[in-house]
Design a protein around this ligand. Structure first.
Ligand SMILES: Nc1ncnc2c1ncn2[C@@H]1O[C@H](COP(=O)(O)OP(=O)(O)O)[C@@H](O)[C@H]1O
Ligand SMILES: [Mg+2]
Length: 303
């Protein structure tokens, strides 16, 4: 979410994925597909394989969805792997990925484009959605409910059989490139009457459910991403599971995989586990003193 305090500063470790891939039985992409449809999209190519640990059949399902260019919605709580999954799929399919972090100030022009004034007069500049549709990229609208509803309707003509994007101000109709696909992410936990997708938007997408992975898989992810040993990672996951049981009983949202990775990263840097868990897990998620006590005692059970 845009309110996530860590999002801007955390750089995931990018390192060899071959062992994890071999364990998970994940194939590699055919190299010949990994060329951008146009030079303009070269910066959006995912050149290094992102570490992604498949949880169920989401990789196959997404590949099938992409093969028919079905618009996709990734549903699930924050920090459970949605963004990483899209990066991985873009790499695997060899397609450029344009990511837009949606926020409430975003307007339709921010997505489709606008006229700019420069020395020689006015000049049209495509927005990210128009670039993706025109040149053939996967366009990922992250946390799309954050955007105002009038913004989300601009994606409608791209998500039905027409696959077009009208640039009304410019008087142009972009016919989407054959490689273009739209993907949105959506956290059902944050939905409210004011902030939910319209049915007319929802029904244009196929959906994949994401959640915190099962214990051993989550521990594997935490160990890989943070650099802690697997036993420490398992303890962190136990704490995460305890905290998730408090969701709805004083906690609005469970501890995410992302937070467990932060705690692990601090431990891997030599921070004592209790302090690491307070900083990365307990303090960010609640200000309630009783809830902090309950979480602290979950931490001391495992460290
Ligand atoms: N299945 C997974 N495989 C690899 N890493 C994962 C997985 N799930 C979560 N992660 C890790 O958790 C972090 C947060 O995931 P992210 O994709 O940013 O969450 P979301 O987009 O759902 O909020 C990622 O940076 C990655 O390190
Ligand atoms: Mg995300």
């Amino acid at each position: 979410m845009s309110s996530d305090p860590f999002m801007r500063t955390y750089a995931p470790r990018r390192q060899s994925y071959s062992q994890a891939a071999a364990r998970a039985g994940v194939g590699t992409r055919p190299a010949s597909t990994a060329t951008p449809p146009s030079d303009l999209l070269a910066p959006y190519m995912v050149t290094e394989e992102p570490y992604y640990r498949p949880v169920a059949d989401e990789v196959d399902l997404y590949e099938a969805a992409y093969s028919v260019r079905m618009p996709m919605m990734l549903k699930g709580p924050t920090g459970c792997g949605k963004t990483r999954f899209v990066e991985y799929m873009a790499w695997r399919l060899g397609k450029p990925l344009i990511t837009v972090a949606c926020n409430e100030d975003m307007t339709a022009s921010d997505l489709v484009g606008r006229f700019l004034l420069d020395a020689s007069g006015t000049r049209w500049q495509d927005g990210p959605l128009a670039v993706a549709a025109r040149h053939g990229a996967i366009c990922y609208l992250d946390e799309v409910v954050e955007a105002r509803q009038d913004t989300t309707v601009v994606i409608h003509p791209l998500t039905d059989a027409r696959r077009v994007l009208p640039l009304e101000k410019k008087g142009e109709l972009i016919e989407a490139h054959p490689d273009f696909q739209i993907v949105i992410s959506y956290n059902p936990g944050y939905q409210s009457l004011m902030k939910d997708l319209k049915q007319s938007t929802k029904q244009r997408f196929g959906a994949l459910d994401f959640n915190y992975p099962e214990h051993d898989i989550e521990a594997e992810i935490v160990a890989h991403e943070s650099g802690v040993d697997i036993e420490t990672a398992k303890n962190l996951v136990h704490i995460g599971e305890r905290a998730r049981n408090l969701k709805g009983h004083g906690l609005d949202e469970g501890l995410s995989t992302r937070m467990l990775i932060y705690a692990g990263s601090l431990i891997a840097k030599g921070v004592p586990p209790l302090a690491a868990c307070r900083v990365a897990l307990v303090r960010p998620i609640t200000d309630d003193p009783d809830m902090r006590d309950a979480l602290d005692s979950a931490v001391t059970t495992y460290f």
